[in-house]
Design a protein around this ligand. Structure first.
Ligand code: GDP
Length: 425
């Protein structure tokens, strides 16, 4: 085995051992390392796992890879392969896999907490428990169907099963009720910066991005124009989108990014409507141009060169959330602090009550919605008392819950879920 070939022995399970790592062909020492041995099934993946902690320099890693290449059975892992094996060996259900992916991607503390809860089975365990309850209820209906002629099978089994279905429906509906918050915490509250051309939208975004708290992550394919900035406001994520940065492109990959950015801006939670207070720009503050649906905060920019009267921000009205409007200079930074403070308030208020959201992804929401639909169909057969139909719909509800955790037939969604993992995870 590889470990023996490299360090000449297999350390005691789960105990770190100091070892010289050698090239198996030449015997040359590559590095001194800590070696760990996790025999399956008590390992991350459920299989035998060896871990070497080396000094990490490029030549050390290259030397180790070359040495591993000389051992016939070794090859580099694919992105997400360790996690995929853990899933296939039943160590992690799919919702935990998603939680792990989210934990790795978490940028703020609130995102980290939510991801960690998912990794520990917040939704997975619940879905599995509900699936079991459904299967039990289903079993009693099937008993009724199979032994209908026998005297000792109670009549009210079906009624009991439907009662269980009804209870479950309420529990799932309660989880769905705050699903929007869980998904938003995962992805960030979206704030779109919109307004007429040259009002200073990009300048404002760049100013906000330069703040200490900002995590700048350009959407792939649009690296020259930063159009998306992630802010960490007191642990809560907020994504700022510059609609001016969303430009047409001939490249199909970029087009995909552009259309995604457009869709996100259209569904923003808040719009910062930037206008040019200096009077130089087009007087294009037409209400018709503003995105509808979301709350809109008017932002009068370029107050450093403004010729007209500048409305001052009344901090009391800002606190009450009425008519929040701001006068700023994106270039000099004047007024930007109060804007950031107001954004922090907005974010805190939005996420305040959502720390324990169970549904954090569209996939979870869709699974729960499909389960509810199937349960409703089952409950709809109550009047006619058609046991076979009730059983069929309850079975379909159980299957949907099984797909959520990956217990049943999920080949089609695996690639999507594992796609986002990196090598070594
Ligand atoms: P966008 O088209 O809305 O993204 O506008 P830009 O951010 O590209 O800004 C348009 C022009 O206005 C640029 O020349 C900026 O330097 C300038 N500008 C932006 N903000 C301010 C400001 O607060 N004060 C002044 N004087 N100029 C600004």
């Amino acid at each position: 085995m590889a470990l023996k070939a490299l360090i000449g022995r297999v350390p005691e399970p789960r105990k770190a051992a100091l070892a010289r790592v050698r090239d198996p062909a030449s015997g040359e020492v590559i590095d001194e390392a800590l070696a760990l041995w996790f025999p399956g099934p008590h390992s991350e993946t459920g299989e035998d796992v060896a871990e070497l902690q080396l000094h990490g320099g490029q030549a050390v890693i290259a030397g180790l890879f070359a040495a591993l290449g000389k051992i016939g059975s070794c090859r580099p892992a694919e992105a997400g392969e360790f996690t995929r094996r853990a899933f296939e060996n039943g160590k992690l259900d799919l919702t935990r896999v998603e939680g792990l992916a989210d934990l790795i991607a978490a940028e703020t503390q609130a995102q980290r907490r939510q991801a960690f809860r998912q990794l520990k089975g917040l939704i997975g365990d619940r879905a599995e428990e509900w699936r079991r309850e459904l299967i039990e209820a289903l079993a009693s209906i099937e008993a009724r169907i199979d032994f209908a002629d026998e005297a000792d099978v109670p009549e009210n089994l079906v009624e009991l099963a439907l009662f269980a279905a009804q209870q479950l429906r309420s529990k799932i509906a309660a989880c769905l009720a705050n699903s929007g918050h869980g998904e938003r915490l995962r992805e960030g509250l979206v704030v779109a910066i919109a307004g007429p051309p040259n009002a200073g939208k990009s300048t404002l975004l760049n100013r906000l991005a330069r703040r200490e708290a900002a995590i700048v992550s350009p959407i792939p394919g649009t690296t020259r124009d930063i159009i998306e900035v992630h802010l960490d406001l007191g642990g809560y994520p907020l994504t700022l989108l510059d609609t001016a940065g969303i430009r047409e492109s001939g490249d199909p990959v970029e087009q995909e990014g552009v259309s995604r950015a457009r869709a996100r801006a259209a569904a923003a939670d808040l719009v910062l409507w930037v206008t040019d207070a200096s009077g130089a720009g087009a007087a294009a503050e037409e209400v018709g141009q503003r995105p509808t649906g979301a709350e809109v905060w008017p932002l009068r920019n370029k107050i450093d060169v403004a010729t007209e009267g500048i409305p001052r921000i009344e901090s009391s009205s800002a606190k009450e959330g009425i008519n929040r409007s701001f006068a700023i200079s994106a270039q000099s930074g004047a007024g930007v602090d109060s804007l950031v403070e107001a954004l922090s308030d907005f974010t805190r208020t939005y996420f305040g009550a959502t720390e324990s959201a169970i549904v954090t992804r569209a996939r979870h929401r869709q699974a729960f919605e499909t389960t509810i639909a199937a349960l409703d169909r089952a409950l709809g057969h109550r009047a006619s008392g058609e046991e076979e139909l009730i059983a069929e719909d309850m079975r379909s509800a159980a299957t949907t819950l099984g797909r959520l955790t990956g217990r049943v037939d999920v080949e089609d969604i695996l690639d999507v879920i594992f796609r986002d993992f990196c090598i070594g995870k």
